[in-house]
Design a protein around this ligand. Structure first.
Ligand SMILES: Nc1ncnc2c1ncn2[C@@H]1O[C@H](COP(=O)(O)OP(=O)(O)OP(=O)(O)O)[C@@H](O)[C@H]1O
Length: 433
């Protein structure tokens, strides 16, 4: 992109995890872990992903409401992280946040008029009369009445509070707005009205927008392009319609299949993806999504079938985490017989009673025998040794998935076939970024 308004490169925000009175650092929450994207002037870029994947932290770091621990943020040619004094104040004026919690962001002791005028006063804009005129004009633009100027937050509905928060963000005439879940928690009809409002003000003010949302159907309505985030990283970026019609990453596909039909009544009620999101303090190695990926790549020279392979991986992960519930297996089996227990574990994990690949079946049978004897870790190690997957062992690189679209997935790793036979535990290439 030539001359983007915003360029974010390898952005990183790690929070230290400390212990004891000396607050010794014992680990790091990798909330944002090497995120790169650009936003053109007047463009709306969506940032989507499940809760906790780091979207809000990206937004806050871009606006420098938080100091990133690494990377670059360039706004209109200026290095945002190096700004100080007047240049920083100017940036604050030109890049604004519509906060996630509009209600909490409004001072309950300030009237709507005072709230919206406050940024003008802080930045020394005009006299009181001039400010009053600007506020009145803006309130009308965001769909509030002149009478609302004197009202207080507790007198406003959720939608009205959002409108005030949007007016506050717009009053200094910014070039960039980070809108953090601007319609979450609103009724569908109010959501639609706020989205229309955002689209209108964006066009009217030629705003660039970073639109943070967990709701894909909302993103589809307002964004030009969409970036998909998982556990601190971007896994895909694409023009909006391409993302919805031809997603390049299994995580995007999984998110899309969790989105309910585009019926307005259904919106925002998306079903959860299966499996827990791992902790960003200890993200999985290789592709971070491999622990939940329905398309995780089977070991080379194996003949598992995708569903069976995913089931074996999930079983292995639970074994490694000491999460195999043998009591449940006993209840399911109705006996302590090891073979019956192993069969019950298979059923609980949707692993076929017999794998189609005889060699793999022998390994799994042996591992399950170890597991039902109570040594889940040893069983997990055995499975990991015998069934390596590139997804776990190498960080995927970006591939070009289409016009203006990239994703990071080993399914498109051209080098994969050449290397496949050589993937052996402990000899894995170092994680690459
Ligand atoms: N101040 C902090 N200290 C430690 N960890 C934090 C801090 N702020 C955020 N995190 C962690 O960073 C990760 C990313 O959080 P973030 O709020 O950016 O995610 P999100 O995708 O915006 O989620 P949500 O939609 O729920 O807000 C989470 O695991 C969160 O717990």
């Amino acid at each position: 992109m030539s001359d983007p308004l915003l360029a974010v490169r390898n952005l990183e925000k790690h929070y230290p995890i400390t212990e004891g009175v000396l607050r010794r650092e014992v680990g790091r929450v990798r909330a944002v872990d090497g995120v790169t994207f650009e936003v053109a002037r007047g463009e709306t870029l969506g940032l989507v992903g499940e809760s906790g994947c780091g979207k809000s932290t990206v937004g806050r770091c871009v606006l420098r409401l938080e100091e990133p621990t690494g990377g670059e943020v360039v706004f209109d040619g200026e290095d945002v992280l190096a700004l100080s004094g007047r240049a920083r104040k100017r940036f604050r004026r030109r890049a604004q946040l519509v906060p996630q919690d509009a209600a909490a962001s409004l001072d309950p002791r300030m009237s709507v008029g005072q709230s919206v005028a406050e940024p003008l006063a802080i930045h020394g804009y005009g006299d009181r009369e001039r400010r009053r005129a600007v506020v009145a004009d803006l309130l009308e633009r965001v769909g509030l009445d002149a009478d609302d100027v004197a009202r207080y937050p507790h007198e406003l509905s959720g939608g009205q509070k959002r409108r005030v928060a949007i007016a506050r963000a717009l009053v200094l005439n910014p070039a960039l707005v980070v809108a953090d879940e601007p319609v979450a928690g609103l009724d569908v009809s109010v959501q639609a009205a706020i989205l229309r409002l955002l689209a209108r003000v964006r066009d009217r003010f030629d705003l660039a927008m970073l639109f943070v949302s967990h709701d894909l159907s909302v993103v589809r309505e307002v964004c030009d392009r969409v970036a998909v985030m998982y556990l601190g990283e971007l896994v895909e970026l694409a023009p909006t319609e391409r993302l919805f019609t031809d997603p390049g990453h299994p995580y995007t596909r999984a998110l899309l299949s969790a989105v309910p039909a585009r019926h307005p009544r259904e919106r925002g009620r998306g079903t959860e993806l299966p499996g827990d999101v791992p902790s960003p303090a200890n993200p999985p190695p290789g592709c971070r999504f491999h622990t939940r990926c329905p398309e995780v790549i089977p070991p080379p020279d194996s003949d598992f079938g995708q569903g069976a392979w995913r089931a074996v991986m999930t079983l292995r992960q639970d074994l490694a985490a000491d999460d195999l519930d043998l009591r449940f297996a006993r209840e399911l089996a109705g006996t302590d017989d090891p073979d019956a227990l192993a069969a019950a574990v298979r059923r609980a994990y949707d692993v076929p009673a017999e794998l189609s690949d005889p060699a793999a079946e022998r390994v799994l049978t042996a591992a399950l025998a170890t597991a039902v004897r109570g040594d889940g870790r040893a069983a997990a190690d055995r499975l990991a040794d015998e069934f390596p997957t590139v997804c776990e062992h190498r960080h995927p690189r970006r591939y070009r998935a289409g016009e203006g679209q990239w994703a990071t997935c080993h399914l498109h790793d051209e080098a994969l076939d050449a290397n496949a036979g050589q993937i052996v535990r402990n000899e894995m290439p170092r994680e690459e970024r």
